[in-house]
Design a protein. Structure first.
Ligand code: 5RP
Length: 298
């Protein structure tokens, strides 16, 4: 946490990719402004800014939701950031990328409430599990690329000061990354336990074509002798992603250079995707006491 550079800014509305400032910046750089983009530009400027939103209004959880009755403070924190992200970034008529996991769950709930209130929102989902939840909460789902994604909202397993993320604890990393890349803005929602000085406490999920599993494990052992790459097991059976692939949970210890590690892993034949998200997040909403902290890029 200490290595984040914190600035207090006014509680202004967030700017969007494709907003005037982006356009001016693009024109100043001699580029034609085209949004959305399907590949990400080179790393953005450091340092990061921090916008503290201590009194972010969060509506009450619907009593019909069994999770709303939970007295677990972590569950309450997840709800706060999930609701805050939707209320801060989702505007009527938008197409929203919806993430996977227990924090993204609350963004789905809130999106459902807004649809029920009459807003014409649609979602593009990161997993079959999220599609099912959208069905339960009345959020219309459209296929990937059927529309441009205005904003994607998703959880993370770790967030580091260089804006790198670990994702894939729920096994949805491949589709999550596709949606994060394609979205105009990608908003990460976490409770403050996920904000770390360096990635690596959480094992890095690596999605692998099952045929090549042993090969990939051998390559990782050769390149990273102190790492431990363990096949994910679920309900006593090898876990399979929505794409039919296996997951290796790789304990590397602290990761000083996530970009280099992601590149080395991605280069191994059989690796489909790596749960390291580099330079994709546009903002992080994180619980802070009673409120929500927002980390945005300067
Ligand atoms: C799923 C993910 C999740 O976003 C990540 O695992 C965080 O999940 P949770 O909010 O349940 O802690 O990457 O693949």
């Amino acid at each position: 946490m200490d290595s984040f550079v914190y600035y207090l800014r006014s509680n202004a509305s967030p700017t969007r990719k494709g907003d005037k400032n982006d356009k001016n910046e693009a024109e100043a750089n001699g580029r034609k402004h085209v949004a959305p983009r399907l590949t990400r530009p080179s790393p953005k400027r450091q340092p990061h800014s921090l916008l503290f939103l201590p009194n972010f209004p969060v509506p009450e959880a619907p009593l019909s939701d069994p999770k709303a009755a939970s007295s677990d403070p972590k569950e309450a924190a997840k709800r706060v950031v999930g609701f805050a992200a939707v209320d801060r970034y989702v505007e009527p008529g938008m197409c929203v990328g919806l993430g996977t996991g227990t924090t993204a769950y609350w963004a789905i709930v809130r999106t459902g409430e807004r649809v029920a209130a009459g807003e014409p929102l649609v979602a593009i989902v990161t997993s079959a599990a999220t599609e099912k939840l959208c069905g339960e909460f009345g959020v219309p789902v459209i296929p990937f690329m059927a529309r441009d994604i205005d904003v994607a909202i998703d959880g993370a397993d770790e967030v580091a000061p260089d804006w790198s993320l670990t994702k894939g604890g729920g096994g949805a990393l491949f589709r999550e990354k596709a949606i994060a890349i394609a979205a105009r803005r990608f908003i990460v929602i976490v409770d403050d336990s996920k904000v770390v000085d360096q990635l690596g406490r959480f094992p890095t999920p690596v999605e692998v074509v099952p045929f090549t599993l042993a090969w990939v494990q051998r390559q990782i052992a050769g390149q990273f002798p102190s790492a431990k790459a363990t096949e994910r097991i679920h309900d006593g059976r090898p876990y399979r992603t929505d794409n039919g692939n296996a997951i290796l949970d790789c304990a590397f210890g602290t990761i000083p250079d996530p970009r280099a590690l992601a590149g080395a892993l991605q280069a191994i034949h059989g690796v489909v995707d790596v749960g390291l998200f580099i330079d994709l997040a546009d903002a992080v909403l994180c619980t802070a006491g009673e409120g929500v902290r927002e980390l945005t890029r300067l």
